[in-house]
Ligand binder design. Structure first.
Ligand SMILES: O=C(O)CCC(=O)C(=O)O
Length: 259
């Protein structure tokens, strides 16, 4: 994919709520991200673990349910479910500041607009494990403005068998459950809204990204294969967005951006 997205592709994104960006990194960069995330999970990376949220996919203290979403390393294992705050890692920060992603943010938020990272998140479906993620739209009612976009990047090839992300094209036009802080759908919504739609599997090669509108309905299942399905998902938001909970965010593009 070139560094620019064509007008026709932007029209497709506006209509469908997602756009395949294709391959966004060379093999060396991919291996470096795969290596770093495995080091982070094993507890051997030179990062400040106190700043990083790490959730086990299956917590022995919770009878095999996902663990708490809390800061700090838990145990050395490749079976983490979710790791957030990866903007504090130099390799992931440098990846999420790629010129292509800056161009995308300029198109969405306007040239010269500061852009913050709402979250820089590893989402993992460990081999023969993984936690189903029910249909939802990405929105958080404690924010003063809704973040518009997420760039989801496969660190391993994705398939229906390993729990690829599924989306419903065109579902970004309205909020299904506006009162619900997290954007998760109820069983009733799933029966009435999702059952009438045709979900699309996001089948990607390792190193491919997809641009998602944050309101595009998405979900994912467990991994039934012998290899992990690792992914890196970054939500970019307007830099003037404030959190009513007092959370602060890292500026990634525009004046004052970290490097
Ligand atoms: O990686 C997944 O399975 C889902 C990720 C997701 O919900 C997100 O990036 O917003």
């Amino acid at each position: 994919m070139s560094a620019y997205i064509s007008e026709t592709e932007w029209e497709a994104f506006d209509a469908q709520g997602y756009l395949h960006l294709g391959n966004v990194m060379n093999d060396g960069e991919l291996e470096a991200l795969q290596e770093r995330i495995d080091e982070i999970m094993m507890g051997t990376a030179s990062i400040d673990y106190d700043r990083v949220m790490m959730q086990l996919d299956s917590d022995p203290d919770r009878g095999g349910q996902p663990g708490p979403q809390s800061k700090g390393h838990k145990i050395p294992t490749l079976a983490y479910r979710k790791i957030q705050d990866l903007e504090w890692d130099d390799r992931f920060l440098s990846f999420l500041q790629k010129p292509l992603f800056r161009k995308i943010c300029e198109h969405v938020y306007g040239k010269g607009t500061p852009v913050d990272c709402f979250r820089a998140m590893f989402m993992n479906k460990p081999a023969r494990e993984g936690t189903p993620l029910v249909w939802h739209q990405d929105r958080w009612t404690d924010l003063t403005m809704d973040p518009q976009i997420t760039i989801w990047t496969a660190l391993d090839p994705t398939s229906a068998e390993n729990g690829c992300v599924k989306i419903i094209p065109g579902s970004h036009r309205e909020l299904i459950n506006p009162e619900q802080g997290s954007g998760f759908l109820t069983e009733e919504h799933i029966e009435t809204v999702v059952a009438k739609c045709e979900p699309v599997d996001l089948i990607l090669a390792a190193g491919d990204s997809v641009l998602l509108h944050n309101w595009t309905l998405h979900s994912s299942e467990i991994n039934t294969t012998d290899r992990a399905r690792r992914a890196f998902s970054v939500c970019y938001m307007h830099g003037d967005t404030r959190s009513l909970r007092g959370n602060t965010f890292t500026r990634v593009f525009g004046s004052g951006a970290v490097r």
